[in-house]
Design a protein around this ligand. Sequence first.
Ligand SMILES: *[C@@H]1O[C@H](CO)[C@@H](O)[C@H](O)[C@H]1NC(C)=O
Ligand SMILES: *[C@@H]1O[C@H](CO)[C@@H](O)[C@H](O)[C@H]1NC(C)=O
Length: 352
Amino acid sequence: MALACCFFTCAEAARAFFVFGDSLVDNGNNNYLATTARADSPPYGIDYPTRRPTGRFSNGLNIPDFISRAIGSESTLPYLSPELNGENLLVGANFASAGIGILNDTGIQFVNIIRIFRQLEYFQEYQQRVAALIGEEQAQSLVNGALVLITLGGNDFVNNYYLVPFSARSRQFNLPDYVKYLISEYKKILRKLYDLGARRVLVTGTGPLGCVPAELAQRSRNGECSAELQRAASLFNPQLVQIIRQLNSEIGSDVFIGANTQQMSNNFISNPQAFGFVTSKVACCGQGPYNGLGLCTVASNLCPNRDEYAFWDPFHPSERANSIITRQILSGTTEYMYPMNLSTILAMDSKN
Ligand SMILES: *[C@@H]1O[C@H](CO)[C@@H](O)[C@H](O)[C@H]1NC(C)=O
Ligand SMILES: *[C@@H]1O[C@H](CO)[C@@H](O)[C@H](O)[C@H]1NC(C)=O
């Protein structure tokens, strides 16, 4: 009885949080997998509270961590973590896996990663485990009342269409048709998330794909962003907002909320000094031009002050850039958040 009571109050304390997607939001699932897409060795995590690598692709916290803080929760555990059991399940779970995309053939070079369909299967399995703990009805209301974050799409360009010249997908589709295909597959995934009980889902767009240090190193002569990858992001993101609008109107409720992370990032990429960064072109950790080549390892160049860099490694924002993005998710105007920002949603949902 005392136990049931504790579970009840814990579930009441903060809403659960579920995370799906790729390395931008992975809290460490890939640590448990045989894959090269991993962030479990130094200097990853150098600014994390424990100063140790966790599997997050950041020097410290990532966007899901900042969202957890905003809703008054501890960070979600990776679904594959052995610590994710008992009461910890009620906090939510992070199903994300670095390297994955919308398509099953994205990131195949990373071999053993949790593709999005598998993440959704794990979500079902999670719900069964929670139901066994607190009962079917309570589990259902925990899931319906939860906040969900999904971040997909970047790898479908970087680790698929543009991975090698004349990739299979680029021979199959021109860019606009590829984006249409991605978007139609993404719509099915979002619909499935709704069918599995998700009722508040933050959907981020892709970041500024052409401006990351890795692309500057490979495709840029003078430090300008890669026009081709920027074009991909600019085609993808507005169409993502369109399917969000369609889905919400089909469902008859604002279940899906779009976050324009491309625009959020463009602000500090085009004017880094205004945000207290010394550069938005050079990664803090890496090697070669812009520190944009290869992996971030103990052998890499490492900047002394991570807060001064917009990019931590060749592909991923620094902790401070993540906090700036999350601030916009929380309180940005409709230019950034469609149809409304997270603060508005939290305020609305707390009245129900
Ligand atoms: C991806 O794989 C899953 C099964 O793992 C399948 O249900 C789905 O249709 C596949 N998606 C595409 C676009 O082929
Ligand atoms: C977003 O959130 C803030 C509260 O943090 C609110 O004042 C503001 O009006 C919101 N903006 C929009 C456009 O909804």
